[in-house]
Design a protein around this ligand. Structure first.
Ligand code: IVH
Length: 680
């Protein structure tokens, strides 16, 4: 029999709290991660209630790591199997105003060079998490989260517990359905009420609750969470689908829930759908954070293709941000990977649209001056809209303290800060020795777009840098041999399983694709899209390293400055020594061409120049089609040009092509060959 809480001495309370915390964490792990609970719910709840009661009486014994603070279930991400998406699950570009929407529709019209009436399918933007469900011969074969867009987590058993997802459909062959998993608002409120009573921490919004419930190792937990699904996408070779409207109708016939949608023919109808929805949203039992507008014709969608990670054919028109007031408790300065100096305001934490905001970027010191100076203690208005990073929109009350001064020296290494001509930001010039820049570069280097080494967060990197184990990125690959298991596990917070997982992740990362290797060099202006283009063009790292600025400029989308940066990067001795050193540990996989860049494809690795007016598509669409065939699109004709595609009224370039004996193709010839290569 437990001693009543009011009779406990502080010493007894402390001992009992430690025991309760240990026990609760142990049972959480069994329940959530190992799916082998050994307690009845009532017994588990008793542990939690006792912990809460003791913490309530002895408030100064509450610790930060107490299970009473834990938000949601602990999910060990890596324990869910990984699944490759056959077609990447990318994301939508956002619009926030009528101007943004006009910009979007104009771009679509221009890209397609289409002058008829263009229809858009307007849908609700569900604030949940996207999921892909693949059916084979009518049965669910597997289901996955979006993950990083290319690789998701296997949630097949969890998806099968969602009641409004059909477990069988009337179609043979493979068919993929995508949509949004969400938690109804009413259930979310009930769940949080219950969790308050049992002393569990509450979820901050329905989306987090849905995510925590779906990505569970034990699907029995998912089943209790009343999740639901709205479908909006079909991938199938069998179905004859012409429009997004058809997709939604077929989804309904197959038994899926779809959101109410409307076809819009002009900006008036678009704005009308959006405005009505922004009022109606409050009466829905699910959260929406905007409307999605999709070009209705799927043929047009195919032609529009993608720009980076977003389709050109669709856009999310988000609802306006929410505002709130809070106080600036402190201002700190961060030094980024490139040496950029960013002032950051540390706020009295406030809750905006379900998220607790405690820090916000002040961008640069010019921005601080524009706001008339910002001081610690000022009351400010913060704005947050969906996923968008919160920002300070105005100062509501001055504290009277002097404005935060512009620093002269780098807070990390003490170097004198510099300002580059024409730029607003201050920089620390000590690129290769500033601890902050080194740590930030290591953090970038291990991120998903680069070497993708899980287990090295900023805290761990700072710790390993400070104790001298990782002084530069190459040291990551020496970590295991120099500091074998026992050494690192002696450090507090480094368990032997997590250290072994880290070593495994590092070993796996030693083989890297050419694209990711280029991204990981952190050359200014060279992100994942340009890196991919560089990999396509040069295929091996050796060829890229010896590329001239002229070779580089042949890449569409790579401007003067970026080409200069690439060339200078490889010319710099510090960088080439660094690469030599790194390549002792790392193997780069040469670029392998996708199918459409192979075989019977006359444009593969050829240089094309477009001239004259095209009638079936815009220049931009023609260029992206040529690039997808592996071509390089140039703008000037020289004896290196392989084909000139001549549209209407082609003038001097056509003449020059004739003079240089360059092969000339009509728009039709170009299209026929490009399409043949896509289908081969
Ligand atoms: S279409 C290329 N339609 O919003 C992605 N997405 O980034 C095409 N979402 O990842 C997605 N409601 O998770 C689409 N009616 C809707 C949606 C919707 C919510 C989510 C989806 C997507 C994110 C946008």
């Amino acid at each position: 029999m437990d001693k009543p809480v009011e009779n406990l001495t502080i010493e007894e309370a402390e001992v009992e709290l430690q025991r309760l915390r240990r026990e609760i964490l142990y049972h959480d792990d069994l329940y959530y991660n190992k799916a082998t609970p050994i307690l009845f719910d009532t017994e588990y709840d008793k542990l939690r209630q006792r912990l809460n009661a003791i913490e309530k009486k002895f408030k100064n014994l509450i610790t930060d790591d107490s299970p009473s603070h834990k938000i949601g279930a602990t999910v060990i991400e890596s324990n869910l199997d990984k699944i490759n998406h056959k077609v990447p699950m990318l994301s939508l570009d956002n619009a926030f105003s009528i101007e943004d929407m006009e910009h979007f529709t104009n771009k679509v019209v221009k890209f397609l060079n289409f002058h008829g009436e263009l229809e858009f399918c307007a849908e609700q933007k569900i604030d949940g998490l996207s999921a892909s469900i693949v059916y084979n011969d009518g049965k669910i074969s597997y289901a996955a989260t979006r993950g990083d867009g290319y690789i998701g987590e296997n949630i097949t058993n969890n998806i099968k517990t969602i009641k409004n997802i059909p477990k069988t459909i009337d179609l043979i062959g493979e068919i993929e359905i995508r949509g949004e998993v969400y938690m109804p608002k009413s259930f979310f409120n009930e769940l949080n009420e219950k969790r308050k009573i049992t002393g569990e921490s509450t979820f901050s919004n329905p989306r987090n609750a849905a995510a925590g419930s779906l990505r569970q190792l034990d699907h029995r937990i998912t089943e209790l969470r009343n999740l639901k699904f709205f479908a909006y996408y079909i991938r199938s070779e069998k179905l004859q689908l012409l429009t997004q409207g058809d997709v939604l109708e077929i989804l309904k016939n197959l038994g899926f829930a779809v959101t109410s949608y409307k076809l819009c023919k002009n900006m008036n109808e678009i704005m009308n759908y959006y405005t009505v929805l922004s009022v109606d949203r409050h009466s829905l039992d699910y959260e929406i954070d905007g409307a999605v507008f999709k070009v209705n014709s799927l043929a047009f969608q195919g032609r529009l293709g993608f720009i980076g990670r977003n389709p050109r054919h669709s856009i999310a028109f988000k609802f306006p941000a929410e505002k709130t007031e809070t106080v600036i408790n402190d201002i700190v300065i961060s030094v980024g990977r490139t040496g950029k100096i960013t002032p950051i305001a540390i706020l009295e934490p406030v809750n905006i649209s379900g998220a607790l905001i405690s820090r916000v970027t002040l961008h640069n010191f010019g921005e601080i001056e524009r706001k008339g100076g910002i001081s610690v203690g000022d009351t400010v208005t913060i704005l947050r809209s969906g996923e968008v990073i919160p920002k300070i929109v105005s100062i509501t009350k001055k504290s009277g303290l002097p404005p935060f001064p512009t620093p002269l020296l780098c807070p990390s290494c003490g170097a004198t800060l510099v300002k580059h001509a024409g730029l607003v930001d201050l920089f620390c010039p000590n690129r290769y020795e500033c601890p902050s820049q080194i740590v930030r570069y290591i953090y970038y280097f291990v991120s998903k777009s680069c070497f993708n080494i899980a287990g090295l967060g900023i805290k761990q990197i700072e710790e390993l840098y400070t104790d001298g184990r990782i002084k530069n990125v190459v040291d990551i690959f020496k970590l295991e041999s120099i500091h074998a298991l026992p050494s690192l596990t002696l450090k507090p917070g480094w368990g032997s399983t997590s250290v072994q997982n880290l070593y495994d992740a590092i070993n796996k990362a030693k083989n890297i694709t050419l694209t990711k290797f280029i991204v990981s060099l952190g050359i200014p202006g060279i992100g994942d899209v340009i890196s991919q283009a560089l990999a396509v063009k040069f295929e091996t790292f050796e060829k890229l390293m010896s590329a001239t600025k002229k070779n580089l400029l042949e890449i569409d989308g790579l401007g003067e400055l970026a080409a200069h940066n690439v060339e200078m990067f490889f010319k710099n001795k510090i960088n080439s020594d660094f690469i030599k050193h790194l390549l002792k540990y790392v193997t780069i996989k040469d670029f392998e061409k996708p199918k459409s860049m192979n075989k019977s494809n006359i444009f593969y690795k050829k240089t094309l120049v477009f001239t004259g007016k095209l009638s079936k598509m815009s220049r931009a669409e023609a260029k992206s089609l040529a690039i997808s065939c592996g071509a390089v699109v140039g703008s000037l004709i020289s004896n290196k040009t392989d084909f000139v595609i001549a549209g209407e009224n082609a003038g001097s370039k056509l003449k020059k092509a004739n003079e240089l004996n360059v092969e000339i193709l009509s728009e039709e010839d170009f299209l026929a060959n490009a399409e043949a290569s896509q289908n081969s």
